[in-house]
Design a protein around this ligand. Structure first.
Ligand code: PXG
Length: 285
């Protein structure tokens, strides 16, 4: 069955799901989005994703003309129309159609759409063997520019870092912030294990407050693993016992090489495996 897209209140065929070329989401990347997953037909942490969508919109002074309940309903309705056991849900709200020129408030009606599809970010064997990543020269957005906490439609900065990764023959890149500390990867948060403790950069390092990140912190603390949100340097990554990435699409991905330095034993570590297993359990129950 062809996918059906929710567009401004209607479920339409893919060929009819079109956005005008004068939409500022397209002209200027002026808009926000969410990437959500469902497992066995049940949406994981839907409330948190909807809240973050509204927080992102608020950050760019975009008033979503639907309530949080209506957005939630739209997501569930689209999922029902596209029955996939494990789905990826993309919610996008653009500034809407306007004139040429940056002025956002001439766009009087935001466009919103919801796509339900499949997503595969990394090949299956990488979850067993671990990922090889690099540090990108492109730095993460300064928090006083477009704050990385906003999931905006303007991901070019991260795309530039992703291109660096691809050029280097790997799949992902870690980005540093304006102070040179580790921020996050292009679409995932980063964690390391050192001496049995879990470390991850704080939100103030200029990162997206990942919903998977929160989940992993919670799982670790509940199993009495000490978690520290601290500034990390590249050298901290190189000397870590274990390293892994977290994200809605990627879930928990072990990292075994960074800038050609082998991390720990060069294979996914025991705490990484344990946290990944528990995360898997939480998403499917
Ligand atoms: N950092 C960045 C920059 C992200 O874009 C994460 C961290 C992880 O956050 P969550 O809340 O997902 O744990 C993200 C999330 C996609 C896609 O289509 C990207 C993300 C999530 C889902 C899909 O590329 N990024």
């Amino acid at each position: 069955m062809a996918p059906r897209i929710w567009l401004n209140g209607n479920l339409v065929e893919r060929s009819e799901a079109v956005i005008p070329v004068f939409d500022h989401g397209l002209l200027y990347g002026d808009g926000v989005f969410e990437g959500i997953r469902s497992y066995k037909g049940k949406v994981f942490r839907l409330e948190k994703h909807v809240r973050r969508l509204f927080d992102s919109a608020n950050g760019i002074r975009l008033a979503i003309p639907w309530t949080a309940e209506e957005v939630t309903e739209a997501i569930l309705e689209t999922l029902k129309a596209n029955p996939l056991p494990d789905a990826y849900i993309r919610v996008v709200v653009t500034r809407g159609e306007g004139r040429l020129g940056l002025e956002p408030f001439c766009c009087c009606k935001p466009n919103m759409f919801v796509i339900v599809d499949k997503i595969v970010l990394y090949p299956r064997e990488l979850y067993e063997n671990g990922l090889d990543i690099i540090t990108a020269a492109t730095m993460r957005n300064h928090p006083n520019a477009v704050n990385p906490r906003l999931k905006s439609l303007n991901y070019l900065n991260n795309i530039l870092a992703k291109i660096e990764a691809i050029d280097a023959g790997v799949l992902e890149a870690v980005m540093l912030n304006h102070l040179g500390y580790v921020a996050e990867c292009t679409g995932d948060n980063i964690f390391i294990v050192m001496g049995g403790r879990l470390f991850t950069p704080p939100i103030a390092a200029g990162i997206l407050e990942g919903i998977t990140r929160d989940e992993i912190i919670d799982i670790a603390r509940k199993s009495r693993v000490e978690v520290r949100e601290e500034n990390l340097t590249r050298q901290d990554l190189y000397t870590a016992d274990e390293c892994f990435l977290t994200g809605t699409a990627a879930e928990v991905v072990p990292v075994v090489r960074i800038d050609n330095r082998t991390i720990g034993a060069g294979k996914p570590g025991p705490l990484t495996r344990r946290l990944a297993r528990e995360f898997h359990r939480r998403t499917r129950r």
